[in-house]
Ligand binder design. Structure first.
Ligand code: ADP
Length: 445
C-alpha cells in the first residue's frame, strides 16, 4: 500500500512536470517562429536581400537545422516570398489570411508542426507573414525527460518497495515475537511472561499490560488451585474418620449402647463437616472481587450484636460482653460495608476468643476516630506464641494451642479476606497464658 501510494504521488508529479515542460517548449518555439518571421521580413523588405539567396539558405539548412518555413503575402494576399513553394507545408488559404488580418496574430499546430501567422507593417504597408517549423530539438528533449523520469520512477519504486518491506518487517517484528510468546502461554505455564522492551512505546506498554493481566490471572489460578486442594484435604480427614467409625461398628454385633456411641461420634464428625463446608463457602464468597459484593451503610455496633447473638445461639456457654451501647452518635460508627460478610468476620474472632479461653468469654469494645472506627476483641485465654502471630491469618494454619479447641484453621484467613474487601486492617497482641487482643480498624463513612 505504501509503495502504491508513493507511486501514485510520484506519477502525479511526473505528469505535472512533463506537461508543463511541453507547454514551455511550445510557447518558446512560437516565440522563435515569430522572431524568424520578423528577421526574414526585414531581410527581404528592408535589407532587400535577394529572394533566391534566402531560398537557397533555407533549402541548405532545412535538413540540418529544421529551418523555419516562411511565406510573405502583401496586402492583396499576393504571395511575395516563399521559402520553398514546392514543399509548401502550410497552405495559406484566403480564410487563413483573413483571420490573420482580423486577429493580427494566429497560432496553431498542424501535424506536430507549429505555425504562426501575423500581420507585420513595413513602411506603412501591412504584410501577412506565416512561419512554420517542426520543433525537433524540443520534442527530443521532452522525450529524454520522459524516459529519464520513467526509468527513475521504476527504479525509485523498486527502492521504495524494498525499504517499505524492510521497515514494516522491522516494526512488526516485536509484534510477531509477542504473538509467538503469547501462543506458548497456557493454564499450565501461566508463569511465562512476554519480553518487555526498554522503550516506552505502545508495544512496550501493551506487553507490560499483558504481563500484568497474566500476573492477576496467575494469582487467581493459584488461589483457586490452593483452595481446591485445601478443601479436598480438609474434607478427607473427617470423612475418613466417619467411614472408619461406621466400618468398625459394622464389623461385629454391638450392643445398643455401643451403636448409640458410634452414631454420636459420626454425627459429631458430620457436623464438623457441615460447619467446614459452610465456612469454606463463606471463604469463597469473601474471595470475590470487591465489585461483585453489595456494600451499603451499616452500623458497626449492630453487626457486633448480630454476630454475638448468632454465636451464643449455637454456643450457649459462650459469654460475650459488648460495652458500647448508646455511647455514640450514629454517624460516628457507620461504615460502608457488606453486613453479611462483616458479621461472619466478627463472629469468627469472638468464637476464637471464647474457644481459646477457659472462661469462654470475650470482651468487645468500639471507639470512633476521625477517619476510622476501631473494634477490639479481648480475651483472657491461652494466648498465641510470638512466632505464630505472623501465621495465624494463613489459610489452614492452626497454632500449638489447637488441642485447646477444635477448628479448621480457616477462620482467621476468612476474617483477613473479608477485612481486605473492606479496606480494613487487623492487628493482634497476645501473650501466652495471659490472653489475646484483636484490633480492627475500618474506614468511617
Ligand atoms: P481455628 O479453626 O484453628 O480456630 P483460626 O484461623 O480461627 O482457626 O485461627 C488460627 C489459629 O490462631 C488457631 O489455631 C489458634 O492457634 C490461633 N488463635 C486464633 N485466635 C486465638 C485466640 N483468641 N486465642 C488464642 N489463639 C488463637
Amino acid at each position: 500500500m505504501f509503495t502504491a501510494l508513493t507511486a501514485g504521488i510520484l506519477l502525479g508529479f511526473m505528469l505535472i512536470v512533463y506537461f508543463s515542460a511541453n507547454q514551455n517548449r511550445k510557447s518558446e518555439f512560437y516565440e522563435i517562429l515569430q522572431k524568424e518571421a520578423l528577421t526574414k521580413v526585414n531581410l527581404l523588405l528592408e535589407t532587400r536581400l535577394e529572394a533566391n539567396t534566402l531560398q537557397t539558405i533555407y533549402r541548405k539548412n532545412k535538413e540540418v537545422l529544421y529551418e523555419v518555413e516562411v511565406a510573405i503575402y502583401n496586402e492583396n494576399q499576393d504571395l511575395l516570398y516563399h521559402d520553398a513553394v514546392d514543399i509548401d507545408f502550410v497552405k495559406e488559404t484566403p480564410e487563413m489570411l483573413a483571420e490573420i488580418s482580423e486577429k493580427q496574430m494566429i497560432r496553431f499546430v498542424q501535424d506536430k508542426w507549429q505555425v504562426i501567422g501575423q500581420l507585420i507593417e513595413v513602411d506603412g504597408n501591412p504584410y501577412y507573414v506565416t512561419a512554420a517549423a517542426f520543433d525537433a530539438y524540443g520534442y527530443r528533449n521532452l522525450e529524454n525527460l520522459r524516459n529519464t523520469m520513467l526509468v527513475s520512477f521504476l527504479f525509485g519504486l523498486a527502492i521504495i518497495y524494498l525499504i517499505g518491506r524492510y521497515f514494516s518487517k522491522k516494526t512488526m517484528s516485536p509484534v510477531r515475537g509477542m504473538i509467538s510468546e503469547a501462543q506458548k502461554i497456557s493454564a499450565s505455564n501461566l508463569d511465562l511472561r512476554l519480553h518487555v522492551s526498554e522503550k516506552n512505546d505502545e508495544l512496550g506498554v501493551l506487553a507490560r499490560t499483558f504481563n500484568e493481566m497474566l500476573e492477576r490471572l496467575e494469582k487467581s489460578f493459584e488461589a483457586q488451585k490452593q483452595f481446591v486442594s485445601y478443601i479436598s484435604h480438609e474434607l478427607r480427614t473427617p470423612l475418613s474418620v466417619i467411614i472408619a467409625e461406621l466400618e468398625l461398628s459394622q464389623n461385629k454385633k454391638r450392643t445398643k449402647e455401643e451403636y448409640r456411641e458410634a452414631i454420636k461420634l459420626t454425627l459429631a464428625d458430620a457436623r464438623k463437616l457441615a460447619k467446614l463446608s459452610s465456612t469454606l463457602l463463606d471463604f469463597a464468597k469473601a474471595s470475590y472481587d470487591r465489585s461483585e459484593i453489595n456494600f451499603k451503610s451499616v452500623r458497626v455496633d449492630e453487626l457486633l450484636i448480630d454476630a454475638s447473638q448468632e454465636l451464643m445461639a449455637s454456643n450457649p456457654e459462650f459469654r460475650v460482653d459488648l460495652d458500647f451501647e448508646g455511647d455514640f452518635e450514629e454517624e460516628e460508627i457507620t461504615i460502608f460495608a457488606n453486613g453479611y460478610l462483616l458479621t461472619i468476620a466478627f463472629r469468627n474472632i469472638i468464637e476464637n476468643a471464647c474457644k481459646y479461653s477457659p472462661d469462654q468469654a470475650c470482651k468487645s469494645s468500639i471507639s470512633s476516630g476521625k477517619h476510622q472506627v476501631r473494634i477490639t476483641f479481648k480475651d483472657g485465654g491461652v494466648g498465641i506464641e510470638e512466632e505464630e502471630l505472623k501465621e495465624i491469618f494463613n489459610p489452614f494454619f492452626r497454632g500449638k494451642n489447637q488441642n485447646v479447641s477444635g477448628g479448621s484453621g480457616i477462620g482467621l484467613a476468612l476474617v483477613k479476606r473479608i477485612l481486605n474487601l473492606h479496606n480494613a486492617a487487623i492487628s493482634v497482641e497476645s501473650k501466652p497464658g495471659i490472653g489475646s487482643t484483636f484490633l480492627i480498624s475500618i474506614p468511617r463513612l
